[in-house]
Design a protein around this ligand. Structure first.
Ligand code: AMP
Ligand code: GLY
Length: 423
């Protein structure tokens, strides 16, 4: 098959690594890719939301399947754009992508299909007074979410009622532009989170990928600002058989069936952001793609042909294909630019990647400069992913890789997976 993968982050590097291993893959293109994805295929300078340019590329190169890494093209309707054309798209239709594109839609979907999630209500500028009153009925901390896509920054968790009211007004006044014209206010849930990924064929067939946990904050002990992800671990010890049965019965099945009942075409990955509230799984959010940096750990544990699975899902029939999980543990540690997630320099020369043999390096924010040197080009630079017999073992291997790779200002968290080791 000729495959076009859209995106440029660590997630796409991990997907490209896995896609390349499939005997079904004849050629792989990555648009736009990064300084590392050219190890798995050919980078093409096309924006993932430029459907016309993608269309032309697909036609000119006889592409059989488009794998969409990031949410933007899905929310913009790439599935619908190509639906009547001779190319498969792995991903939901625009209607399905609203599970990520609109938190209000997602909450409404969960309510309609009886899927456990935090109690909530949605407000606009016209109903702000009701919003204030709703906040008064909740206990601190207060969770305010911009309805639309806000580059992962649209969720505020606030301790005081007065501050929460002030933030509600600011959000409705355009703190996140149009994305916060509607604000979802919900009950705060206390527990430990994990990410469950499901590949569905839109006809009731689905497979569950290895479960992972990501680490979002910049600082150790989960402190400081949110980032695009500092590391991930798979499997997650508390996501045991009992917990996963609850996840399947209460969340995955009703989600897959709910999409069909609502007439929504969905042939791709569903990302369930879950929280374990005293042993009961509840949904924090849906995403309509794989997670980053979870994918950089999860792909190591997919012991089946992902291309065959994605093709079958995109064709609408997973049939009896198996999705086997590798029993080993995988840990990924993200190296980031000094200053991230605030401002940071770019163009720093990266050395030592060729010395890493025991881990897999998934490039995220890297590029080649005019001299062909590998340089930093983003906040999250390279993820080091390793197999191990335990979280500690895999973590130590990733640390060894992180020691070998260097660039000015390199930072990483040393406590990835630590909370899970203590359970
Ligand atoms: P989201 O963008 O919906 O994933 O939210 C970002 C983060 O905010 C989540 O990963 C959680 O850590 C936190 N969060 C979101 N909703 C809640 C909630 N209802 N209770 C507690 N934490 C939440
Ligand atoms: N790791 C969270 C996300 O991909 O949204």
């Amino acid at each position: 098959m000729k495959i076009l993968l859209l995106g440029s982050g660590g997630r796409e590097s991990a997907l490209a690594w896995k896609i390349k291993q499939s005997p079904l893959t004849e050629v792989l293109f990555i648009a736009p890719g990064n300084g590392g994805t050219d190890a798995y295929g050919t980078n093409v300078n096309i924006k993932p939301t430029d459907f016309e340019a993608i269309d032309k590329f697909v036609t000119d190169n006889g592409i059989d399947m488009i794998v969409v890494g990031n949410e933007d093209p899905l929310v913009a309707g790439i599935y619908d754009y190509f639906e009547s054309k001779p190319v498969l798209v792995v991903g939901p239709s625009k209607a399905g992508a609203a599970l990520e594109g609109s938190k209000d839609f997602a909450k409404d979907f969960m309510t309609r299909h009886n899927i456990p999630t935090a109690r909530y209500r949605s407000f606009t500028a016209e109903t702000i007074e009701d919003g204030y009153r709703f906040l008064e009925t909740l206990k601190a901390p207060y969770v305010l979410k911009a309805d639309g896509l806000a580059a992962g920054k649209g969720v505020l968790i606030i301790d005081s009622l007065d501050e929460a009211k002030k933030s509600l007004k600011e959000m409705l006044d355009g703190m996140f532009g149009g994305a916060s014209a509607t604000v979802v206010i919900e009950e705060f849930l206390s527990g430990i989170e994990c990410s469950v990924f499901v590949l569905t064929d839109g006809n009731g067939g689905y497979r569950v990928l290895p479960v992972a946990k990501d680490y979002k904050r910049i600082g150790e002990g989960d402190t400081g600002l949110n980032t695009g992800g500092m590391g991930a671990v798979s499997p997650v010890p508390f996501a045991d058989e009992r917990f996963m049965k609850l996840v399947t019965d209460r969340i995955i099945e009703p989600t897959v069936k709910g999409l069909i009942a609502d007439g929504i075409t969905y042939r791709g990955f569903i990302f369930l952001g879950l929280i374990n509230v005293a042993g009961e799984p509840m949904v924090i959010e849906y995403n309509v793609r794989m997670g980053d940096p979870e994918t950089e750990a999860v792909m190591l544990r997919v012991d089946s042909d992902l291309v065959e699975l994605m093709q079958a899902a995109a064709l609408g029939n997973l049939g009896d294909l198996e999705l086997r999980h590798d029993p080993r543990t995988a840990v990924t540690v993200m190296m980031v630019s000094g200053g991230y997630p605030g401002s940071y320099p770019k163009g720093k020369v990266i050395t030592g990647t060729d010395r890493v043999t025991d881990s897999i390096l998934f490039h995220a924010g890297t590029a080649r400069n005019a001299d062909g040197q590998l340089v930093t080009s983003g906040g999250r630079v390279i993820a080091a992913s390793s197999y191990g017999t335990s979280i500690e073992d895999a973590l130590q291997r990733s640390f060894k890789a992180v020691e070998l790779v260097d660039f000015d200002g390199k930072y990483f968290r040393r406590d990835i997976g630590r909370d899970l080791m203590q359970l």
